[in-house]
Write a protein that binds this ligand. Structure first.
Ligand code: FE2
Length: 293
């Protein structure tokens, strides 16, 4: 009998739903290896069905996370092309890799979005072509708090009264990402230097074809074409999804979690956490396509 150990193998993929409002845990995947076409397809399908997936117990580096995003539709970068990044050893891979952390080095923040609670938002809804997905890898997590809360925006739309659906079906809204605020955007300021874009309030998901509500309290500043007070009232009515726990679920982070969230049909928020505890997630983004009704 040979004593040779078998080479490590990817196991059978198992997909376990996390809640009535979406999310699924996937096991049997090792993202330090290149995914097979079958694995890639299984992950994509689960992602579209559940809106958020988490692949647990991963030990991966920047390159592995970028390869995963490439397999899921293409890694979004904010800088140089891949060949140049490799040549000059850019630690952020041309802006493709970003740390979400409260940690500092020599008094300077190592990343951004470091502390405390964050309101519900879609990543990238202030861009002309929003990111399809956000991919986060758990490097350091807090003992308590810091959960990412997801709200299923298909369900938020489905639960609206028919009259509201009719009213908002053709409306658009201004989405602004003001880094300086953690609450409602100040509309009296000059936004020409701040990222912003107008998108429909209801979008049709480019892959699933389902309609989703596309607004959030952190980013959506104003509904276009109606008076400000009407806009405020309508947004307040639509933002009620924030209080509807039936369409939400929490993700409690573990070290080694690789989570991918769909920025077209899910909003996410962050619960507060103890300021003294280190928290670090490595963030990469999957490129999107134009969104519309
Ligand atoms: Fe976010």
């Amino acid at each position: 009998m040979s004593e040779t150990k078998p080479a490590p193998q990817q196991g059978a993929i198992q997909i376990t739903p996390l809640s009535e409002a979406g999310g699924a845990a996937i096991t049997g995947i090792d993202l330090s290896e290149t995914l097979s076409p079958n694995q890639t397809e299984a992950i994509r399908q689960a992602f579209h069905e559940y809106g958020m997936i988490v692949i647990r117990d991963q030990v991966i580096e920047n390159d592995d996370q970028i390869r995963f995003c490439d397999a899921m539709g293409g890694t979004a970068t904010r800088g140089k092309p891949a060949d140049q990044r490799a040549q000059d050893g850019d630690a952020s891979y041309g802006g493709a890799v970003h740390l979400v952390t409260n940690l500092t080095e020599d008094g300077k923040p190592l990343g951004s979005f470091g502390d405390g609670e964050v309101w519900f938002h879609h990543d990238g809804s202030f861009k002309e072509i929003p990111y399809a997905a956000t991919v986060l890898y758990g490097i350091a997590v807090t003992s308590t708090g810091g959960e990412t809360v997801f709200a299923n925006m298909y369900m938020a739309y489905d639960r609206l009264p028919t009259s509201t659906k009719r009213r908002i079906d053709r409306l658009t809204a201004l989405n602004i990402y003001d880094y300086a605020t953690t609450g409602r955007v100040d509309l009296d300021q000059d936004i020409s230097g701040i990222n912003h874009w107008i998108h429909p309030i209801v979008i049709r998901h480019p892959d699933t074809g389902r309609k989703a509500l596309y607004i959030s309290p952190l980013i959506t500043a104003r509904i276009e074409g109606i008076p400000q007070d009407e806009s405020d009232d309508l947004l307040a009515e639509l933002f009620a999804f924030v209080d509807d726990t039936d369409i939400q679920f929490d993700h409690k982070w573990r070290v080694g979690d690789l989570a991918m969230m769909d920025n077209r049909c899910m909003t996410h928020a962050r619960r507060d956490f103890p300021a003294g505890e280190p928290r670090m997630l490595r963030r990469t983004m999957v490129e999107g396509v134009a969104i519309g009704r």
